[in-house]
Design a protein around this ligand. Structure first.
Ligand code: BGC
Length: 714
C-alpha cells in the first residue's frame, strides 16, 4: 500500500482536518509563536500547514515537532508570500513585467526560490496572474498588467522558475497561481469588492494565464477573495471543480485565501462556519487558510450528512501528495540544511541591480535631458522618495529588512562619485505640509540637473490599497511645480522619477518635466539601478505593461478595447469620445523610450495566406538612429477586421528584442501560428475564421506608430 493510503487509513478525523488547515505563525525573539494556536496543535496533528515563518531555524524547529513528536509524523507544508524575492528583492511584479523578457522572469523566480528554500520554506503564494485594467486597484502592483498574453507568459516563466524541473529539489518551491480568477475587475477598482463581467471576458482575458500555469505544472492555486458574477470564488463549483479539475484535469492543491472560507458568511451564502466549510469542500478547496472552518466546521458537517468522509479524504490525499512531491516525507529538512554561499548571494544582488535598471521605464525625455553623461558637476535631488530605502521594497517584502535596499540618494552618491549632490525632501509622501518646499527648491539654483523622486509609499499599492485619486499624493505636485519653475528660470533640466505600484495620473508633470522615469518599486538595488540608468550605463529597458491614463475618468483604458459603431471622429460629436479629454491614454501599453532612437521599415510576411495549421514568419528592419547603443522591444499585434463577433482593436501576439549600436540596422524575426488567431464565436466555441487580418508591428500599442501588412486567413 502506498504511504499516503496507509496514512489515510490510520488518520483520525482531527488529523485529517489538520492536513487541510493552514495557520499563520510568527517568530518572536524568544521563539516561535503560532498565532491563535499553539505548537501543541502541531504536536497533536491538528495543524498540518503554516504560513509566514522566516528563517531555517524556526522552520526546522516547527518541522521537528511535526515529524518527531506528532503521532503520525507527517511533515508540515510551510509557505510565505515570496512575491518578487525573499531577502533580495527584485522589482515588484508590475515593474518586472516591464522588462518584457520571460527568461528574466523565470530567473528571478528561480533565485527567489533558492533564497527562500535556503530559509527552509517549501511554498510561495505566487505568481499573481490577475490581469488589471484599473489602476485604482492596488494589487495592480503584484501582477502582469493589462494584457492576457503577458499573463500567460508570466505564468509559465514564474511556475518554472519557482518549481524548477523537480519540485522536490532542495532549492525548489511549490508555486501558487493566484488569485483564481478575475480579481482585477473589482467594481470601482475597490479592493475585495464584487466582480461582474461577461463570460466572454472571463474566458478571453482572465482564464488563460491560469490555464498556462496549469500547463506549466503549477502545484497549487488560490481562489480569489471575490464574488464573481454572484458566486464567491472560494465556493465556485463551475470554475474550481468543473473547469480546473474537470476541463483542465488539474489535480493540484487549492489553498483558500486568508480567512476566505469564513468570509463566505459575510458574502451572505453561508449562515455559519459549518455551511461555509461545506461549500468550499464541495468546490474542492483543499486547504483552509486561517478560517479554522474545516477544523471546527467539518466534523459537524459530517455528522449532519452535509459532506462525506470521501470528500474529505480526497482533499487530504491531494495535500499529502503535494508534501510527497515536495520531498518532505523523504527529508523534511532538505530545504534550509545548507546556508547559501556568499557568492550566490552576491550574484543575486547583481541580478537585482540589472533587472531593476532594465525595468525602469522612460516615459519622456525632452531634448536629450537623459542620460546625465558626462556626469554633472552638481545634482540637486529632491522629493520624499529620494532617501527612502524601505519604500523601495514595494508592498510585499518577504524576509527583507527595511534598511537593506539602496536608496536613490545612496545609489547616486555611489554612481556619480565626482558630482556634488545636494538633497532635501521638500514634502512628505502624503501630508499637507508645504513649508519645506521653498527651502528645498532653492537648492536647484546651483545645480546642473534636478532629480525629483516622487510617488507613493510602498503600502499605497498592493493588497488593501485601492486609491480613488491615484495621483501624486500629498503636496508632491506642488513641490514639482515649484522645482520646475525655479529650474526652468535657469534652464536647468528636471528629471522626475516616479515610484509607484501603478500608473499615476500625472497630466501636468507629463507636460512639464524634461524627463520622466517610471521606476515602479525596484527592490533591494533600487538606488544603483536608478543611478545606472541616469548615468547612461544602462539604457532604460522598461516598456509599460499597462496604459497610463490622461484622466481618471478614462479608466478602464487599455489597448485591447473593442470597436465602437461610432468610432471617435473629432468632427462629429455623436461619436465615441469625451467632451473634456482625448480617448487615447497618455502613454500606451508598451510605451517606453531608451537612449537609442529606433525607426521601423520593410515589414514583410513569408506568406499572404494562412491556414490554421500554418505559421507565418514576420520580419521587420529596425534602425537605431540615435547616438547610443540601446535595446528595442518590438511588439507584434493583429487586428481581425471582419469576424462573426467583434474583436479587439489590437491583440498582442508576441514581442522580440533587438540590441543595436548607434547608426546600425538589424532585422527582427517573429512568427505567428494560425492557431493563435482562433477566438470564441457567439456561442463561445473556439473558431478559426477565414478573412482578412492585419499584422501590425512597432514599438507600442499606439496604432499610429505601427507598420501594417495584410494576411488572409483561409
Ligand atoms: C492575500 C494573498 C496572500 C495571503 C497570505 C491574503 O490576504 O490576498 O495574496 O497570499 O494573504 O499572506
Amino acid at each position: 500500500m502506498s504511504r499516503i493510503e496507509d496514512l489515510l487509513e490510520r488518520m483520525t478525523l482531527a488529523e485529517k482536518l489538520g492536513q487541510l488547515t493552514m495557520t499563520a505563525s510568527g517568530y518572536a525573539v524568544t521563539g516561535p509563536v503560532i498565532a491563535g494556536d499553539s505548537t501543541e496543535s502541531i504536536r497533536d496533528g491538528t495543524i498540518g500547514n503554516l504560513l509566514n515563518m522566516i528563517g531555517a531555524g524556526p522552520v526546522h524547529e516547527m518541522q521537528r515537532i511535526a515529524v518527531e513528536q506528532s503521532r503520525l509524523g507527517i511533515p508540515l507544508l510551510i509557505g510565505l508570500d515570496i512575491i518578487h524575492g525573499h531577502r533580495t528583492l527584485f522589482p515588484i511584479p508590475l515593474g518586472e513585467t516591464a522588462v518584457f523578457d520571460p527568461a528574466t522572469w523565470e530567473r528571478t523566480a528561480r533565485e527567489a526560490a533558492r533564497e527562500a528554500a535556503a530559509d527552509g520554506l517549501a511554498m510561495t503564494f505566487a505568481p499573481m496572474l490577475d490581469v488589471s485594467r484599473d489602476l485604482r486597484w492596488g494589487r495592480t502592483a503584484e501582477g502582469p498588467g493589462e494584457d492576457t498574453l503577458i499573463g500567460v507568459l508570466m505564468a509559465h516563466a514564474k511556475v518554472r522558475g519557482f518549481q524548477g524541473d523537480d519540485p522536490s529539489a532542495p532549492d525548489a518551491l511549490a508555486a501558487c497561481a493566484k488569485h483564481f480568477c478575475a480579481y482585477g475587475p473589482v467594481m470601482g477598482g475597490r479592493e475585495y469588492a464584487a466582480v461582474d463581467i461577461s463570460e466572454r471576458t472571463l474566458r478571453e482575458v482572465h482564464l488563460p494565464p491560469f490555464e498556462a500555469a496549469v500547463k506549466a505544472g503549477v502545484e497549487t492555486i488560490m481562489p480569489a477573495f471575490t464574488d464573481l458574477n454572484g458566486i464567491p470564488m472560494t465556493m465556485h463549483i463551475p470554475l474550481l471543480r468543473d473547469y480546473l479539475r474537470g476541463d483542465l484535469g488539474w489535480d493540484g492543491v487549492l489553498v483558500s485565501d486568508y480567512n476566505a472560507i469564513g468570509e463566505l458568511i459575510k458574502h451572505g451564502v453561508a449562515a455559519d462556519l459549518v455551511e461555509a466549510a461545506t461549500l468550499s469542500l464541495k468546490a474542492g478547496v483543499d486547504i483552509d487558510m486561517m478560517a479554522g472552518a474545516y477544523r471546527h466546521g467539518l466534523p459537524i458537517a459530517l455528522e449532519r450528512g452535509l459532506v462525506t468522509i470521501d470528500e474529505i479524504d480526497t482533499c487530504v490525499r491531494r495535500v499529502l501528495r503535494l508534501k510527497e512531491r515536495l520531498g518532505l516525507f523523504d527529508d523534511p529538512y532538505r530545504r534550509g540544511r545548507k546556508a547559501e554561499k556568499a557568492d550566490a548571494i552576491r550574484q543575486r544582488r547583481e541580478l537585482a541591480r540589472d533587472v531593476g535598471a532594465r525595468s525602469i521605464t522612460m516615459l519622456r525625455n525632452q531634448n536629450g535631458a537623459l542620460p546625465l553623461d558626462p556626469p554633472p558637476r552638481r545634482l540637486c535631488v529632491l522629493g520624499p522618495l529620494a532617501d527612502a530605502a524601505a519604500e523601495m521594497r514595494g508592498p510585499w517584502f518577504a524576509a527583507s529588512e527595511p534598511d537593506d535596499p539602496v536608496s536613490v540618494l545612496a545609489g547616486l552618491r555611489d554612481g556619480f562619485p565626482g558630482t556634488g549632490i545636494v538633497h532635501a525632501t521638500g514634502a512628505a509622501i502624503d501630508d499637507t505640509d508645504e513649508t519645506g518646499i521653498g527651502d528645498a527648491v532653492a537648492l536647484c539654483d546651483d545645480a546642473d540637473a534636478v532629480i525629483l523622486c516622487l510617488g507613493e509609499r510602498a503600502n499605497m499599492s498592493g493588497e488593501a490599497a485601492s486609491r480613488a485619486y491615484p495621483e501624486l499624493p500629498g503636496r508632491q505636485e506642488a513641490l514639482a511645480r515649484a522645482a520646475i519653475a525655479r529650474a526652468r528660470a535657469r534652464g536647468t533640466p528636471v528629471i522626475a522619477i516616479l515610484f509607484s505600484g501603478r500608473p499615476l495620473v500625472i497630466p501636468w508633470l507629463a507636460d512639464n518635466a524634461d524627463a520622466i522615469l517610471a521606476a515602479w518599486f525596484p527592490g533591494s538595488q533600487a538606488g544603483h539601478a536608478v543611478a545606472d540608468v541616469l548615468a547612461g550605463r544602462v539604457s532604460p529597458g522598461g516598456r509599460t505593461p499597462i496604459s497610463w491614463p490622461r484622466a481618471l475618468g478614462q479608466v478602464p483604458v487599455f489597448y485591447g478595447q473593442r470597436p465602437s459603431g461610432r468610432p471617435m471622429d473629432p468632427k462629429d460629436p455623436y461619436t465615441s469620445r469625451y467632451l473634456d479629454v482625448a480617448n487615447d491614454p497618455l502613454y500606451p501599453f508598451g510605451h517606453g523610450l531608451g537612449y537609442g532612437r529606433f525607426t521601423y521599415a520593410n515589414l514583410r510576411l513569408s506568406t499572404d495566406t494562412l491556414r490554421e495549421c500554418d505559421v507565418v514568419q514576420i520580419g521587420v528592419d529596425v534602425s537605431n538612429e540615435g547616438e547610443r547603443e540601446a535595446e528595442e522591444t518590438v511588439f507584434l499585434f493583429t487586428r481581425d477586421k471582419v469576424a462573426c463577433v467583434t474583436r479587439p482593436l489590437l491583440e498582442l501576439r508576441g514581442f522580440a528584442k533587438i540590441r543595436l549600436d548607434a547608426g546600425r540596422t538589424g532585422t527582427v524575426e517573429m512568427s505567428l501560428a494560425g492557431s493563435e488567431l482562433r477566438f470564441l464565436d457567439a456561442g463561445l466555441r473556439g473558431v478559426f475564421e477565414p478573412g482578412d487580418v492585419e499584422v501590425l508591428v512597432g514599438p507600442c500599442a499606439d496604432r499610429a506608430q505601427l507598420l501594417g501588412a495584410s494576411l488572409r486567413q483561409i
